[in-house]
Ligand binder design. Structure first.
Ligand code: DLL
Length: 432
């Protein structure tokens, strides 16, 4: 179902005109209401009233996470605090979190764009939707919550963790839509299997997975385990949370909510625009946000954009599944590799499970990578020859496909940590 037909199928010329009108308003709004932007425009001699085409946006230097950190907590807010009705924050693994403030209109817009991608995935008011994202400062749960409520689905706000109970609820309440990170969905599927359930014991039909990447191979495994059809959705707390883009049933890219977000792809090194269709870093401008508008925010996520209309009828541009974050790229003896590429190779081997960890170490001034991966059947550990052969096969596949020389360690089933939110599979031990 197309939730907002007028916007989602708008001819591109009209859409671009709408974006330009909104951009012009936004630039002045930021200049007048956010000191950081005011100072920056003055310093760079940017006239906020001289924006006449969308590409003029390139005159504005990008905004970074460090800029937000430097103005912690509320320095980027563009409205008085009484107009902020909600605050979220990104987890902030190191140091202070990044804080985001929403006005009532921002929350409305957020529900609208979430309603779009969940409708595009096929969810309706007939569905029972179990939200297994953590409720709290994280945007995942409440973002999906209000979008699902708007379309009238029955929400089960079970949050993350307490996994056996999740499975009981999933069965007893007849959950049809599972909302989780792909990692947690995989874990729930595995646990259901261990508890003796088959996919047919559940009424699951759609998975709305997001907040982290997942290869197609991994997704196929999760779908099979749980008996559902999964779509990917993307977002980021600084920009709003989930809802920036999401796949439709055809799964050929994530439709961007372009009336609210202006997306650019740039070379992450030079920050020069990439050619159309080329992969680079996604930079996003929030066209309509009032509480905390951002001009050219550097997401660090790598993807590419396709502007051609989709077979679903939507005209909104589609971004590829995120390939990785520019800061996640592993550099091993001159070879650049993303964790997702390693995952794709591992998925080719049936005797290993989709649970793995990547350990980076520095030995004698050389970086080395250990790929630790679980066996599906622990009895293989007793057969030295078979174990050696599998280890060698994985090693050589990683070498031929990706050009990396990784140490492969096969470990007992169920020994690698399970995550209830985003997985943290890369452990960097190089500076220890
Ligand atoms: O993860 C927002 C969200 C919640 C999106 C629930 C979708 C569903 P943050 O915690 O700020 O926000 O993390 C944002 O997560 O820059 C990406 O690197 C990554 N990310 C989010 N969605 C995807 C996805 C939420 N579908 C960061 N595929 C982003 C790959 C994703 N990476």
């Amino acid at each position: 179902m197309i939730y907002n037909r007028e916007i989602e199928t708008m001819p591109r010329k009209e859409l671009e005109a709408l974006q330009l009108a909104r951009l012009k308003k936004l630039v002045r709004y930021c200049y007048e209401n956010v000191k950081f932007y005011h100072d920056r425009f003055d310093a760079e001699k940017i006239d906020p009233d001289k924006f006449s085409v969308l590409s003029d946006i390139r005159y504005i230097p990008p905004t970074t996470k460090e800029d937000l950190r430097d103005h912690y907590p509320f320095g980027f807010f563009a409205v008085p605090q009484k107009d902020i009705v909600r605050i979220h924050a990104s987890s902030g693994t190191t140091g202070k979190p990044t804080v985001v403030g929403y006005t009532r209109d921002d929350l409305n817009m957020w529900s609208e764009i979430v309603s779009r991608f969940i409708s595009a995935a096929g969810v309706t008011d007939e569905d029972v939707a179990q939200i297994c994202f953590g409720y709290g400062l994280f945007t995942g749960a409440l973002g999906l919550h209000y979008g699902l409520e708007r379309i009238g689905a029955t929400i089960v706000p079970s949050s993350s963790g307490n996994s056996e109970k999740q499975i009981m609820l999933m069965k007893d309440f007849g959950t049809t839509t599972l909302i989780a990170t792909p990692t947690y969905a995989m874990f729930l599927g595995e646990l259901a299997d261990e508890l003796g359930y088959k996919p047919s014991d559940f009424k699951l039909r759609i998975g709305l997975f997001g907040s982290e990447g997942c290869t197609d191979e991994m997704r196929a495994k999760i779908e099979q385990r749980l008996g559902l059809f999964a779509t990917d959705n993307y977002g980021m707390s600084e920009l709003i949370g989930p809802g920036v883009s999401g796949e439709c049933e055809h799964r050929c890219g994530l439709h961007i909510a372009e009336d609210h977000f202006l997306a650019e792809i740039v070379d992450p090194q030079t920050l020069e625009p990439c050619a159309e269709g080329e992969t680079g870093e996604l930079i996003v401008t929030t066209l309509t946000k009032q509480g905390m508008p951002l001009l050219r925010y550097r997401t660090r996520d790598l993807t590419r954009i396709n502007n051609t209309p989709c077979i679903c009828g939507r005209t909104t541009a589609r971004m590829d599944k995120v390939k990785g974050r520019s800061d996640d790229m592993l550099k091993l003896r001159g070879v650049n590799v993303f964790p997702s590429q390693i995952e794709s190779v591992l998925m080719l081997f049936a005797p290993i499970s989709p649970h793995y960890m990547l350990y980076l170490r520095r030995e004698n001034y050389h970086d080395s990578l250990e790929v630790q991966v679980e066996l599906t059947d622990g009895s293989l550990l007793e057969n030295y020859q078979n174990l050696q052969k599998l280890t060698r096969d994985i090693h050589s596949k990683l070498k031929t496909v990706l050009g990396i020389d990784a140490k492969v360690a096969l470990v007992q089933p169920k020994t690698i940590e399970r995550f209830t939110g985003k997985a943290k599979r890369v452990v960097d031990l190089r500076n220890q």
